[in-house]
Design a protein around this ligand. Structure first.
Ligand code: G4P
Length: 539
């Protein structure tokens, strides 16, 4: 590999995630990007959305039928000289931790808003994560084919609700619900779309005209044309100026208007996005910033997923490549285990299939067969240059259940399944102090995780579980300032909660609410309480 080749490959890469509130159109937009990218030929083939909102088992079956991954898939395709990696994030809020990890692996994010609904609850949460990480955010205002909020009001909403200024890259032409096209502010031209007769299955026909083209005046009625000119003047005079540096820092969001369903504005969005979105950049490590052009290979694990293919009991660790060139069968240093590991059978995900790959570059996502050594956040690097990327912060658990196998003869499979899901980061495992080994206390960030737990243990490990929800909502890791061991006997007033140990034998107290916590701190004034385990940072 020459340095020149490495630089060329990096320059081509765009690795991003699409974030949105459920139903805003993330799946539809993803599909349309694949359609324009030539990775699929007819939209509508990714999944049937109708069934998506039903029982969790349906949902998981559907995700599986997509042949990619149950919680977050990685799609790769080429367009206009760029290599695009889209990391899909689960829309349901109970998977916010999963989404968070995915966002650790991207270089930018696309935020999809429903034009009628504007900024919604889940968008706000995901936006906050992007903002914390200073990820550049591009906004796609979707569903412009029907009535929605006025573009100018949506700009205000971004500023007032999310605290980010926006720069409209294009502007809808026509009136609410009956937009005829978009005006491209850079090129100063209008793209008028012909009526969509295929329900967005195929790329949409359009004609492009300069704003001062007399043919445009003829194509639009006089009021529409005048309103467009007025809007353009207003934006130019009173709006933000475009500043790519502020975009790169996540302080200004380029805003696009369109309709993923009818392909209105999608191609324009894709092209402008690829032009402006950053290629992979340097990342912080224990040895300072590591540039992608560093010829020594490095990567980190951001997701672990077992049993994606029911035919093989495989376990994949997804890595994001940060520097150097990845080569099949290369040996890398794994800091956590202090071992050299050979990376054989690496997989990549092209539109709907996975395939074995030989090489990959910074920005790419590769699935590695995991013999059980990898953990989320682990760094892989070249043996001659050992370092670690920043550890992943964790979410404090908020829901708890006691879980045991219905059939005690199946304890072995039960433990195996529970351990697996813990390593994937889907659940956190606790053991009640003084209780027997037959049951666990499982902590999660949302209740849907328990349905997933039940479903996966049954389908992948053939174990039926008994699950009893516990009334706790708060977990606190405990320590005394003098280093004395915290035990149930060393505390006062803990009968209002449950004393448990985490997987690393750290003492943890589970209580109903913050009020109950106050009672504990009043009774144990020297006790120190933490939201997450002592060796972790909180999100
Ligand atoms: P999500 O992944 O963000 O949850 O959203 P998804 O793409 O599944 O879209 C949610 C619903 O919104 C779907 O309707 C989809 O067709 C619709 N939708 C997406 N983009 C547009 C758009 O540009 N305009 C309009 N009018 N609708 C859009 P559905 O009824 O749930 O499913 P389906 O019957 O269309 O498959």
């Amino acid at each position: 590999m020459s340095l020149e080749e490495l630089k060329q490959e990096i320059k081509k890469r765009r690795t991003f995630a699409i974030i949105s509130h459920p139903d805003a159109g993330k799946t539809t937009l993803t599909e349309k990007l694949l359609l324009y990218g030539g990775a699929i030929h007819l939209a509508g083939s990714i999944k049937s959305r109708k069934t998506q909102r039903h029982a969790v088992s349906d949902w998981m079956e559907i995700e599986k039928q997509r042949g990619i991954s149950v919680t977050s898939s990685v799609l790769q395709f080429d367009y206009a000289g760029c290599r695009i990696n889209i990391l899909d994030t689960p829309g349901h809020q109970d998977f916010s931790e999963d989404t968070y990890r995915t966002l650790m692996a991207v270089d930018s994010a696309v935020m999809v808003l429903d034009a009628a609904k504007g900024v919604e609850a889940q968008t706000k949460k995901l936006f906050k994560v992007c903002k914390q990480r200073h990820i550049p955010i591009f906004t796609f205002v979707n569903k412009l084919d029907r009535y929605g909020k006025a573009p100018i009001d949506l700009m205000d909403e971004l500023e007032n609700v999310l605290g980010i200024r926006s720069y409209p890259m294009n502007w809808p032409v026509g009136s609410d619900g009956r937009y005829q096209g978009v005006y491209d502010r850079q090129k100063k031209q209008v793209e008028l779309f012909s009526a969509d007769t295929t329900h967005g299955q195929k790329a949409r026909q359009s004609v492009t005209m300069r704003i001062d083209d007399p043919a445009l005046r003829d194509a639009l009625d006089a009021d529409t044309y005048q309103a467009l000119l007025d809007d353009i003047d207003l934006l130019d005079a009173a709006g933000e100026s475009f500043d790519l540096e502020r975009v790169a820092h996540g302080d200004l969001t380029p805003m696009f208007f369109g309709s993923a369903m009818t392909n209105f504005g999608v191609q324009n969005f894709l092209e402008e996005y690829l032009r402006l979105a950053p290629a992979p950049t340097a990342r912080l490590s224990s040895d300072g910033m590591i540039a992608p052009e560093d010829e020594q290979f490095s990567a980190f694990v951001f997701k672990i997923q077992a049993n994606m293919n029911p035919a093989h009991r495989d376990r994949l660790a997804f890595i994001r490549i940060c520097s150097g060139k990845f080569e099949r069968n290369m040996s890398v240093y794994h800091a956590k285990s202090d071992k050299l590991i050979k990376l054989s059978q690496p997989q990549q995900f092209l539109a709907q299939d996975r395939q074995i790959i030989d090489t990959a570059w910074p920005g790419d996502i590769v699935g590695l067969f995991d013999p059980g050594v990898f953990g989320i956040g682990d760094t892989l690097c070249t043996p001659s240059h050992k370092f670690q990327y920043e550890d992943f912060p964790v979410f404090p658990p908020e829901k708890f259940a006691r879980v045991q196998a219905k059939d005690t003869m199946k304890r072995k499979q039960f433990v195996k399944g529970i351990e697996q899901l813990t390593q994937e980061g889907a659940i956190q495992l606790f053991q009640q102090a003084g209780a027997g080994m037959e049951s666990y206390i499982v902590g999660t960030v949302g209740t849907l995780q328990f349905e997933v737990l039940e479903y996966r243990l049954k389908n992948e490990y053939n174990v039926d579980i008994e699950l009893v929800m516990q009334p706790f909502e708060v977990a606190r890791w405990l320590a005394f300032p003098d280093g004395r061991a915290v035990t149930p006997a060393s505390l006062r007033g803990t009968d209002r909660g449950m004393f448990v140990y985490d997987r690393h034998e750290n003492p943890v107290l589970l209580v109903n609410n913050e009020w109950a916590l106050g009672w504990i701190t009043d009774n144990n004034p020297t006790l120190e309480l933490y939201h997450v385990p002592p060796d972790k940072k909180e999100v």
